[in-house]
Unconditional design. Structure first.
Lengths: 377, 389
């Protein structure tokens, strides 16, 4: 799939300082668009995040982005969105964990920052589109409507984290890397060829505002220690923990339960109950989810009217699974054809019709094949 | 292109380029004793004399540095160390809250690491320090003052300080006063001897000379502790091999800045007045920063706050139309903060976010002003739509 030649647009390229967004900006400029680069300062105190080359909040990243913009030959600015980012992404992240859920801050950032705060400002300043280095494809239908599709290369596809974009946001989105059928090494080679010094920069992983990758430590520093019980399915106490927020449903490691389960099988986190600060563990089978409900649905286009069959993706880089979904009272109800494991409230479910993103919603409740004692409904 | 950021740096004068390129092909360390060294030394000393002449100082009072920042650091830290060494009671450093960061951060560092007590003198709504305020601050305990430092003219809003009166107040108590005259040189008279200052900073690239060279004018009775130790050049105050081509070119630019100052100030001031008028016509609620009186501000400076705008947005919109100016505020990792200068003058913090500084220079023309007149109204409208995010 290739981009059809368009009229030149005024494009604001979000440049993190990494290789993908630099190549995306370069491609947009090469396509004849009038591109301006912008680096989002997302930390109120950049110095405090100055550890290593990872993340998107360091002074080095700001400099790398500026260097890339200079080489591409486009104007470059740093915009301070730290306050919005803290309120909409970081505080939300902490609150979600505190409530026993497992948030995805990247989706949140795309929904609230890159394609809201940034896009709104860009449009107000006369730009037509925001360009990022995401691997996803925007297809313009004959009727002019825009559809979000998976990247040409499924292995690099990032449409999941863009599943929160609505039609209006999508109308102003540009993803020049979406039709790349090359490996990451080849993107690096392209960066090298273009003279971009970020060609050799390590990939950023995990969560940009937790530079050292220690999510547990970050949460502990924000939420403090709160010792509680780990119980099995019958409610018997089998261990203790320093804070229920530190767990994710489906987690196996780090439970620190001294004695084995009666059947000798490994135990997994089945449920997190922030109300009584209790973590419930049990066998893998008990993680099997047959259905779920999800709130805050967002549609890339019109909302589906009746029940429909789709494939669903439940986490970044997760597999697709066939589902039936229906919208009732603004709530998405999803039934899985085959039970799936490791579904955590707070995560996003993204529905696909073939390669097309239909929409997304935030998982609220799950239905287990085996009822979990003590678990929330 | 309309380049209206001459306070950041201004194009080199052809005469300075000529002087510099002529020297680039000549070998010689000005500290060497052989013929090549003597030739270089002669070039340096003639340049020093020309600079002294241009600045109303004696040649021995010209200490060449790598630029304004180094000269400020040498004056502030060096004089503090020397004065405190002579009398350990002297730990107070008096300054203004509107200084350039080269002074502000040096002073702050002395407070954090060298036991200095930093006192910020009050400024009025135009960002001006009144001599009485300095006198009062010293008089509270004259024995404990290491030095005072107040800039000659503000780099953001262009307000000119009453430096001679300030120096007179300091002299009453034998307190050395340093002044950063980087923006003032070439625009207002800055005679060193006649100012009564102990030390004064000037920079080459702001007056049409090359980058990387400046000077601290330093009264002969002062021996600041060096920041750079080494071969003992420049009165043992600033070691390092001199950059002969840059020194020669700086001297040419300095001589021309002094010679042309009066007519330049008159002409550039008239053009600046046109710019101010044009902006006010296009954006009636634009607020002129600094002193509106012609003799109270630098003739090449026009500074505005635009209510409801983000300065960064305006910068982007004007840059896209080939107009190059500045928000005038300091950057940390490129993130614009409300200017400390405007906050010190009591400007509302929201208003302080929507600033633009236009500074004219020797290459400025009426076409530059017309470009701003045409672009500023629509840019402000658009930036207001984007609002204060």
């Amino acid at each position: 799939m290739t981009h059809t030649p368009q009229r030149p647009l005024r494009v604001l390229a979000a440049m993190s300082g990494g290789v993908d967004s630099a190549v995306a900006a370069a491609r947009a400029a090469e396509a004849g668009h009038d591109v301006t680069g912008v680096h989002l300062a997302l930390s109120a105190n950049p110095q405090s995040f100055r550890t290593g080359a990872r993340g998107c909040c360091t002074i080095e990243d700001s400099r790398d982005a500026r260097r890339a913009a200079d080489v591409i030959g486009i104007p470059f600015y740093v915009w301070d969105l730290a306050e919005r980012f803290r309120e909409d992404v970081v505080d939300d992240f902490v609150a979600e964990y505190e409530a026993g859920r497992t948030p995805n801050p990247c989706l949140r950032c795309n929904e609230k920052i890159k394609f809201a705060a940034l896009l709104d400002k860009a449009l107000a300043l006369g730009f037509d589109a925001v360009c990022t280095g995401h691997y996803a494809t925007v297809v313009t239908r004959e009727d002019g409507a825009r559809e979000l599709h998976r990247a040409s290369d499924m292995a690099k596809d990032q449409s999941y984290v863009l599943g929160v974009l609505d039609e209006k946001q999508l109308a102003h989105a540009m993803f020049p890397l979406g039709d790349t059928l090359t490996t990451k090494d080849e993107i690096r080679a392209e960066a090298e060829r273009r003279g971009l010094a970020v060609a050799k920069k390590p990939d950023s992983h995990d969560i940009c505002f937790i530079a050292d990758g220690d999510t547990q430590g970050f949460l502990a520093s924000r939420l403090g220690k709160a010792e509680g019980d780990i119980v099995d399915e019958s409610g018997t106490r089998v261990g203790s923990h320093d804070g229920a927020y530190g767990f994710t449903i489906g987690q196996r490691k780090g439970l620190r339960i001294g004695h084995p389960a009666p059947d000798g099988k490994p135990r997994y986190v089945l449920d997190i109950s922030p109300v009584d600060n209790t973590v419930t563990v049990g066998p893998a089978e008990a993680l099997d989810v047959t259905a779920l409900t999800a709130i805050r649905p967002r549609w890339c286009g019109t909302a589906p009217s009746g029940p429909g069959t789709y494939t669903a993706q439940l986490r970044a880089h997760g597999d697709e699974t066939p589902v039936t979904a229906t919208l009732e009272d603004g709530e998405l109800r999803v039934t899985f054809e085959q039970p799936v494991r490791g579904v955590a409230p707070g995560q996003a479910i993204v529905l696909y019709d073939g390669t097309r993103v239909v929409g997304s919603a935030t998982i609220a409740t799950t239905t287990r094949r085996t009822a979990v004692a003590g678990a929330r409904p | 292109m309309a380049y209206l950021d001459h306070a950041a740096t201004t194009p080199m004068l052809p005469e300075a380029i000529e002087a510099m390129t002529a020297q680039l092909a000549v070998t010689g360390n000005a500290s060497s004793l052989h013929a090549a060294g003597r030739r270089a030394r002669r070039t340096v000393e003639e340049a020093r004399e020309a600079l002294a002449d241009a600045l109303g100082a004696r040649p021995s009072e010209v200490v060449l540095t790598s630029g304004g920042t180094e000269a400020d650091n040498l004056a502030v830290k060096g004089l503090y160390w020397a004065r405190r060494d002579a009398d350990p009671r002297r730990v107070r450093v008096l300054t203004s809250p509107v200084e350039h960061h080269a002074v502000l951060d040096a002073v702050h560092w002395l407070g954090e690491h060298e036991g200095a007590t930093v006192e910020y003198l009050p400024v009025d709504g135009h960002g001006r320090v009144h001599p009485e305020a300095l006198r009062e601050a010293i008089a509270r305990d004259p024995e404990s003052v290491a030095l005072a430092t107040v800039m000659w003219a503000n780099n953001e809003i262009g307000t000119v300080m009453p430096v001679r009166e300030l120096a007179a107040a300091a002299r009453e108590f034998d307190v050395p006063l340093h002044s950063d005259a980087v923006q003032a040189f070439g625009q207002v008279p800055v005679g060193f001897a006649d100012s009564g200052l102990a030390a004064m900073t000037v920079s080459s690239h702001k007056i049409g000379g090359p980058y990387g060279i400046g000077a601290l004018l330093l009264g002969r009775e002062y021996s600041p502790v060096p920041v750079l130790h080494g071969g003992g050049q420049e009165r043992h105050v600033r070691s390092g091999t001199l950059d002969v081509p840059a020194v020669a070119a700086f001297a040419v630019a300095g001589r021309l800045a002094a010679e042309r100052r009066e007519s330049y100030a008159r002409e550039i001031g008239a053009l600046r007045d046109e710019l101010v008028e044009a902006v006010r016509t296009a954006v009636p609620d634009a607020v002129l920063g600094g002193d509106p009186a012609p003799d109270g501000r630098l003739p090449a400076n026009a500074h505005f706050s635009f209510p409801g705008c983000e300065g960064d947005s305006l910068l982007l919109l004007l840059d896209a139309q080939g107009i190059e100016c500045s928000t005038g505020s300091a950057c940390t990792a490129g993130v614009a903060q409300p200017s400390h200068v405007l906050l010190a003058t009591g400007t509302d913090p929201d208003l302080a976010r929507g600033t633009l500084r236009f500074t004219l220079g020797h290459t400025s023309t009426r076409a530059d002003v017309e470009a701003v007149a045409k672009a500023i109204g629509p840019a402000v409208d658009r930036a207001r739509t984007a609002g204060l995010s």
